[in-house]
Structure formats: C-alpha cells, structure tokens
Design a protein around this ligand. Structure first.
Ligand code: ZN
Ligand code: ZN
Length: 185
C-alpha cells in the first residue's frame, strides 16, 4: 500500500500518542499542558493555537480511544472505533502543500482543537489500513511488560516487537523481568 509522507507522520504521531498513556509502572507521558505543547511541537501538528487544560483532557480521551483501535481484534472492530473518532472530530478534507510538502489532504476542520485535529488526521491514517485490508499491521508489542502500540510496516507483516533492539531481544526481556522480580523482592 502507498504510504505518503503525511500518513507516515500521522502514524508516528498516533503511535507516540498511544504510548504516552500511563501504565502500572510508568507515569503519564502527558502529565500537563507543557508536555502536550512539547508533543505537538515535536510532531509538527500544524495550525494549533494556545493549548489549555481542556485540550489536555480531550487529547487524553482520544488517546484511550486510539489505544482501543490498536487492541481491536479485527477490521470490523477497528472500523467502528475509527468511525466514532472521526465522526466526533468533524472533518473538512482539503488539499494543501504547506511547508514545502507535496500535495496531500488534511482532514481536520479549520480551527479544530488539537484533539479534533489528531482524531481526524490520525483516524484517517488508520482508516487507510482498514481499507487496504491491512488492519492487522496495527499492533501491540508482544514483549512481556511492554505492550506498546506500533505499526508493522515490514513486507511480510512479521514484526512482533515495538523495538527489535530492546523488546525483540529475548535476553534483554528476560533480564528485565528478573530485575523486576528482584526489585519487587
Ligand atoms: Zn500536512
Ligand atoms: Zn515493546
């Protein structure tokens, strides 16, 4: 399937967003508005104004909905979740060639909040995977104690870990578990 620059950016953004979610032993990666500002800048989310607590709460809400998409058991489950995300965000598809990029489509409505922006454009990026029959590429890492979301862009859909150098290294995983066990004492 064809993955354009903008789709690739949206995929990186949604994966990173889902992986900021707090887990048992890791704090929230978006603890405050300042952290959200850094996230938005790092992922070059365009046309975003001044961010507030309201934006933070809204982004955290769509984050958990995107997490559900990565955990969806099949295309129908993913499609239902993506439809809800996109419908709630409202969309205005339009062609743009901002910042020197080739022509591509933005889906978020002009003046959209950052949460609606992410829901619309990241939601559409994920929608293309369902359309292409590639929903199973939206995955969660199989390493114990990780479960990070990732998009498997390998040719034969064989990727099992979010990061082959760490999670993919079984020795590393085993050592990590042993350390945890020790720490839990
Ligand atoms: Zn763009
Ligand atoms: Zn992992």
């Amino acid at each position: 399937m064809l993955i354009t620059h903008d789709t690739r950016c949206a995929l990186d953004t949604v994966v990173d967003l889902v992986n900021t979610a707090p887990e048992d032993d890791t704090p929230d990666g978006l603890p405050d508005v300042a952290a959200l500002e850094v996230f938005v800048r790092q992922h070059q989310v365009s046309e975003v104004g001044v961010l507030t607590e309201f934006d933070l709460a809204a982004v955290r809400k769509i984050r958990s909905r995107f997490a559900a998409v990565f955990a969806a058991p099949d295309a129908r489950g993913a499609a239902g979740l993506i439809n809800e995300l996109i419908a709630a965000a409202g969309t205005t598809p339009r062609l743009t060639d901002h910042d020197g990029y080739d022509w591509h489509v933005h889906y978020f409505a002009p003046g959209a909040s950052v949460a609606d922006h992410l829901a619309a454009d990241c939601g559409m990026a994920l929608a293309f995977f369902v359309v292409a029959g590639e929903q199973e590429r939206l995955r969660r890492c199989e390493a114990p104690d990780c479960r990070h979301a990732f998009v498997d862009l390998s040719r034969n859909r064989s990727r099992r870990y979010c990061d082959s150098r760490t999670c993919g290294n079984r020795l590393h995983v085993a050592a990590y578990r042993a350390r945890r066990k020790e720490a839990a004492g």
